[in-house]
Design a protein around this ligand. Structure first.
Ligand SMILES: [Zn+2]
Length: 318
């Protein structure tokens, strides 16, 4: 069997992690370098001159000009955290180097922290991934399909009309040779033409050629200027048998298994966008596994504070 270049690439090993982020000091140094690559800049007045003062071992930068005190973590996703930075960095490592989604319960065990702390941290990191992925736009040849998450009853049957059953679209950009490149997975309110048009305007380049089955709502991708290439699936043929949907079907199956195998009793209606973002973030960076963790750190520093109350607000849900 030929070696899969993506699966066999070296990632960031435990030894690499220990070398770069193995102490609280190393984590703080890395965070400072990512936050202020050219040295401290006051977030209030953009002045560079400052004093360093220590409050209970917390390094604090005091601006000479406006006297604002800034810590390494203030105004970032780490804002007000009581956890050592190394726990956060370990979570970044786990979330970027494993193949599947990781439940808060697993993070709790691996990091040796409380469940609610692990859950809060997990939602913050997923929010970072979600915001980072918001700018992803697919172009070229794009396979698009509809799917649902949740709503299963104990008997294993999908429950119609279940409140926890959430529709979402999966889109895969492929190369001209048909290899998958990038993906977008987004919850939608419904599979109506309006919803698909709105989704296409935000997520597809007008130059994209969108390959779908015959579901009528997909015609709405033309509202975003895209070319639509519908393939009508015959009564006896399943879309999974059709080569033109090869990748979206494969990836969709993997994503659904990864999410349903990881998350149990979760509120899909409220949080599915974050679980999908977790899978999407990793998928779109899978070509360079080693750099995924430093890149997530960069994204975390550049995402503002997101409090637990904010993360739970309905308007920040889907
Ligand atoms: Zn200042």
């Amino acid at each position: 069997m030929a070696m899969n270049k993506i699966q066999f690439q070296p990632g960031m090993s435990f030894s690499d992690f220990a070398r770069d982020f193995g102490t609280e000091e190393k984590c703080a140094e890395a965070l400072e370098k990512v936050r202020w690559p050219q040295g401290f800049i006051c977030p209030t007045c953009q002045n560079k001159e400052h004093y360093v003062v220590w409050h209970n071992k917390v390094k604090t930068f005091q601006c000479v000009n406006c006297h604002t005190q800034t810590t390494l973590t203030s105004g970032t996703i780490f804002h007000s955290t009581k956890l050592p930075l190394m726990k956060w960095f370990q979570a970044f490592h786990i979330l970027t180097q494993t193949k599947n989604n990781v439940a808060a319960l697993e993070l709790r065990r691996l990091l040796g922290i409380g469940y609610s702390t692990a859950s809060r941290m997990k939602h913050k990191i997923l929010q970072v991934m979600f915001e980072r992925e918001a700018s992803t736009i697919l172009s070229g040849r794009v396979e698009l399909d509809d799917a649902y998450m949740g709503g299963e009853h104990p008997g294993g049957k999908a429950g119609r009309g279940s409140e926890n059953k959430v529709p979402f679209v999966a889109a895969i950009q492929t190369s001209m040779e048909g290899h998958p490149l990038y993906a977008i997975f987004s919850p939608v309110k419904s599979f109506s033409s309006e919803e698909i048009a709105k989704w296409a305007c935000c997520n597809l380049a007008p130059s994209a050629t969108v390959v779908t089955d015959g579901y009528s709502c997909f015609r709405a991708v033309t509202k975003a200027g895209c070319t639509h290439e519908p393939h009508i699936v015959g009564k006896k043929r399943k879309s999974t048998d059709m080569g033109c949907f090869n990748w979206v079907n494969t990836v969709l199956g993997n994503i659904k298994n990864a999410i349903s195998g990881t998350y149990h009793n979760v509120k899909y209606a409220k949080y599915l966008h974050r679980y999908l973002a977790e899978a999407q973030y990793r998928f779109n960076r899978r070509f360079d596994l080693r750099s995924m963790m430093p890149r997530l750190l960069y994204a975390a520093v550049n995402t503002g504070k997101r409090t637990e109350a904010w993360l739970r607000l309905d308007e920040n849900a889907i």
